[in-house]
Design a protein around this ligand. Structure first.
Ligand code: SAM
Length: 275
């Protein structure tokens, strides 16, 4: 019989945030694949768990996944843990999960801490809909595309950032944010846990030289502004706006017609028939 693949969330600072179930799974599996074995060893030592650890991180993900899948096929139960929080969320995990699905292996989530969700619930921003960006790309073109996506998003936006890049990222975002609310969630669950709230200018002023782990949360663009924004586009720009989001032609026409409060037929006549 094949083994199970467990994705186990670990604390993002405060070790008491590990669940009973996570500890039981870590105790019972045959081995733990960890992003940084030294880091996970500290966690295991704290909870007096002795277990074989193998390294599984971004740079060896492709090579190690085959070996992990082989062991799962042989019947071993394996847990994946990242350095902190939930595996697969801006951390390794996704590649292995896809491969495990292909190989018909049972995948089991073991829920726990996730920095993004805990930052969101204390931010004071809308929690009904949110857009998780993770880390902004470093490549200039890709970064600008993401910033454009942030500009147009009506949901609360969550961005992970390293402390030494925080100021530069806030400056990059400054022009598109106008007076939107921004929150920095810093050092969650740790001694220096802090939420800094304000406009982007206010937050920049309060954030210089901040240390530790942090998340940027941004209020979504007002829906009404979004509608005006779309209506001020040419139909071709409006079409491309949805095409970039990966929508099919039929769906795009439907959305443009709804945004502009006109019939689908009218959109076809004005734009599609010319194409
Ligand atoms: N998988 C993790 C999770 O579930 O949240 C995220 C890992 S990602 C490599 C690390 C980033 O998460 C940090 O740069 C920071 O943006 C955010 N982060 C992690 N722990 C945090 C904490 N205690 N306080 C604030 N942000 C944190």
């Amino acid at each position: 019989m094949r083994g199970n693949l467990y994705l186990v969330a670990t604390p993002i600072g405060n070790l008491e945030d590990i669940t009973f179930r996570a500890l039981n799974v870590l105790k019972k599996v045959d081995l733990i694949a960890a992003e940084d074995t030294r880091n996970t060893l500290k966690l295991l030592n704290y909870f007096e768990i002795k277990k074989t650890l193998i390294s599984y991180h971004r740079h060896n993900e492709e090579i190690k996944k085959d070996n992990i899948i082989e062991q799962l096929k042989e019947g071993k139960n394996i847990a994946i843990v990242s350095d902190a929080g939930t595996p697969g969320i801006s951390d390794p995990g996704e590649v292995l999960v896809r491969e495990a699905i292909r190989e018909n292996i049972n995948i089991i989530p073991v829920p726990g801490a996730c920095a993004a969700i805990n930052a969101l619930i204390c931010s004071g921003l809308d929690t009904t809909e949110f857009l998780f960006i993770g880390f902004l790309p470093l490549n200039k073109k890709l970064r600008n595309d993401k910033i454009e996506e942030i500009k147009n998003a009506t949901q609360t936006i969550i961005v992970y950032e390293a402390p030494h890049k925080l100021e530069k990222t806030l400056i990059d975002l400054k022009d598109i944010l106008e007076n939107r609310k921004v929150v920095i969630a810093r050092e969650l669950t740790k001694i220096h846990e802090e939420f800094i709230r304000g406009t982007v200018d206010e937050v920049i002023e309060k954030s210089c030289d901040l240390k530790g782990e942090m998340i940027i949360l941004i209020e979504g663009r007002e829906k009404i502004k979004q509608e005006n924004y779309l209506n001020n586009m040419t139909i071709e720009e409006h079409y491309n706006y949805y095409a970039k989001k990966g929508l099919e032609k039929k769906e795009i026409i439907k959305k443009i017609a709804k945004d502009r409060n006109v019939s689908k037929n009218e959109i076809y006549q004005q734009f599609i028939n010319k194409k």
